[in-house]
Design a protein around this ligand. Structure first.
Ligand code: NAD
Ligand code: K
Ligand code: MN
Length: 358
């Protein structure tokens, strides 16, 4: 039997709650299907460790992670540490050096749940957002001088390279090509941002020539927010920069019902390094420890991880179980239900136990 090595990094806030629920579900799923094994190793990398040792991770963390087939991540961020320190200390400290340059965010309305948009039914909103995950405003370039003085200057440079844009464009076109509607909408802000964003427009037009069967259209990011709300059906695969897609994908998750369902994959498409899978949400301090966190985002995340590992049948079985539970109305408060993390998890496990072995 194939065995995959998974690094589990639950992190902070509700991260450990949703990751432990997911590991419970994965253990039952692998046992039930009986075709592959997951060897899961748990890492205590997070803010508690930072407060004790001054680091979110051990120094050799990249070498450690390279020994795994995939990484399952919860969230990082705590009220006791500034957010830019925690994010750069853990999540970006993994994504950036491991060249996980493609961030993929499937978004759709699950059965039994509702979009806040009037008249938007499941099927009217079925998107994949591809977020460039290594450049832009998140490249870590910039600085501050004369800190605290009235004449202080602070910059956050937006870095784009032709190679970086080309590789994410090629990735997004192939995602679009593999979906039934074969449509790609790319988002820039090339009216105001006249360097990097204009290069994006040019590179995407070049790459489009290699994908003649994909229908392409272009939106400016501000107008894109309007189109997402007023005409969700007109969209399918969406490509945007690191910053723009970060914002658009939270909006997308809310339009699909809740940020509590939305998964993301941080992929190294070259497969030289392990990829990392996480819910798009953060630590959710307001509900930490209350047993209210929606685990569906992390279940869906685990399904995306199984797809990436090549275990598509298991991935689909997991989503089938999750969707059955949603359809039965066993959902958390963010989706308008009454169930807690545990009830949803138990219900998904019960559905999995009803699955036939593959
Ligand atoms: P958040 O995603 O943590 O929470 C936003 C809102 O959504 C909150 O009201 C929260 O209760 C709700 N929510 C989020 N996940 C939920 C779930 N699974 N079930 C039910 N409700 C859910 O965003 P925030 O408040 O902006 O950030 C909190 C912390 O998380 C900050 O430290 C931030 O830096 C960090 N963060 C980390 C990541 C990451 O690890 N990749 C992503 C986003 C935010
Ligand atoms: K997260
Ligand atoms: Mn975000």
């Amino acid at each position: 039997k194939t065995s995959y090595k998974i690094a589990s990094i639950p992190g902070d806030g509700i991260g450990p709650e949703v990751v432990s629920a997911t590991i419970e579900v994965l253990k039952v799923l692998t046992k039930q299907l009986d075709v592959f094994e997951l060897e899961i190793t748990d890492f205590d990398w997070g803010t508690e460790r930072y407060l004790k040792t001054g680091r979110y991770t051990p120094e050799d963390y990249l070498e450690v992670l390279k020994g795994f087939d995939a990484i399952l991540f919860g969230s990082v961020g705590s009220p006791s540490v500034p957010d830019h320190i925690s994010l750069w200390g853990l999540r970006l400290a993994i994504c950036q050096p491991l060249q996980q340059y493609a961030n993929v965010r499937p978004t759709r309305i699950l059965p039994g749940t509702k979009s806040p948009l009037a008249n938007c039914q499941p099927g009217d909103l079925d998107w994949v957002i591809v977020r460039e995950n290594s450049e832009g405003e998140y490249a870590g370039q910039g600085g501050r001088s004369h800190v605290g003085c009235d004449h202080e200057v602070a910059t956050e440079l937006s870095i784009f390279t032709r190679t970086g844009v080309r590789r994410i464009a090629q990735f997004a076109f192939s995602v679009a090509q593999n979906r039934p509607r074969k449509m790609l909408t790319y988002v820039t802000k090339s009216n105001a941002q006249r360097n990097g964003m204009v290069m994006w427009d040019e590179v995407i037009k070049e790459v489009a020539e290699d994908f003649p069967d994909v229908a392409v259209d272009h939106m400016l990011v501000d107008a894109m927010t309007v189109r997402m709300v007023l005409n969700p059906r007109s969209l399918d695969t969406i490509l945007a920069t690191n910053l723009h897609a970060d914002i658009l994908s939270d909006l997308a998750a809310a339009l699909a019902g809740s940020i509590g369902i939305a998964p993301t994959a941080n992929l190294d498409p070259t497969r030289k390094n392990p990829s990392m899978f996480e819910p798009i949400h953060g630590s959710a301090f307001d509900i930490t420890g209350l047993g209210l966190a929606n685990p569906v985002a992390t279940f869906w995340t685990a399904s995306e991880m199984l797809h990436w590992l090549g275990e598509s049948e298991a991935a689909m079985s997991l989503m089938y179980a999750v969707e059955k539970v949603c359809a039965a109305g066993i959902v958390t408060k963010d989706l308008g239900g009454k169930a807690g993390t545990k009830e949803v998890t138990d219900a998904v496990i019960k559905e999995i136990l009803d699955l036939k072995p593959q």
